[in-house]
Design a protein around this ligand. Structure first.
Ligand code: URA
Ligand code: SF4
Length: 209
């Protein structure tokens, strides 16, 4: 599995990219997941959001951020005054990575490896090249790792306005900001309201760039 590059067609048409991604075998993850979950949204959106990977519900629906994390994300976008119809939403990794629960019934999320993140990056680069956003928001460490390097420390750079490294700056040079993953807000439990407010603040600040 030398990565997704050989599956990426020479086009910047998002529908054509999505169709091609459906047949990607750039890493092992296509084997157990139901489908490739490609990005979704405005073809020339001003803001492009990058999550980690599809979850259980996204894998079944074929669309990014439609499960519990997606609901929280929708609520935060709404609170930040950002219309989800005007943004593009995708993931660093396009297939769901999971373990089976002991009884085999539940599929439990597993973080993608660095190798899987790297294998899938060509799809994300193609999406950046097609959408050419002004602003990229990394939702969590996996997205930041994919776009800003594997040693990137999210907590240290949260709120800063960053740029993509030279090798990822194709036809666009967006401002890049990092924030937490919506799942981290869901996990915050007793501090969930504070975590949600901080997340909304980050989204507002990004949209105002
Ligand atoms: N978490 C993600 O990172 N992406 C999704 O699409 C859903 C959950
Ligand atoms: Fe291809 Fe990415 Fe799926 Fe791996 S996770 S098979 S690189 S689309």
């Amino acid at each position: 599995h030398p990565g997704a590059q050989r599956f990426v067609p020479d086009t910047r048409d998002l529908d054509a990219l999505a169709s091609a991604a459906a047949g990607c075998r750039g890493c092992d993850l296509y084997r157990d997941a139901e489908r490739t979950v490609f990005g979704d949204g405005g073809p020339h959106a001003r803001i492009l959001f990058v999550g980690e990977q599809p979850g259980n519900e996204e894998d079944l629906a074929g669309e990014p951020f439609v499960g519990p994390a997606g609901h929280l994300f929708d609520k935060a976008l709404d609170r930040a005054g950002i219309d989800r119809e005007t943004v593009y939403v995708t993931n660093a990794v396009k297939h769901f990575r999971f373990d089976r629960s002991a009884n085999g019934r539940r599929r439990i999320h597993r973080k993608p490896t660095g190798a899987q993140i790297a294998a899938c990056r060509p799809w994300l680069e193609a999406e950046l090249d097609a959408v050419r956003p002004e602003i990229v928001v990394c939702l969590g460490a996996t997205a930041a790792q994919s776009l800003l390097g594997k040693d990137f420390k999210l907590t240290r750079h949260r709120g800063e306005v960053l740029r993509l490294p030279d090798e990822l700056r194709g036809s666009c040079d967006p401002a890049v900001v990092v924030t937490v993953h919506p799942s981290a807000v869901l996990r915050a439990r007793s501090q969930r309201d504070d975590a949600f407010r901080a997340f909304v603040q980050d989204l507002k600040r990004a949209a105002a760039l």
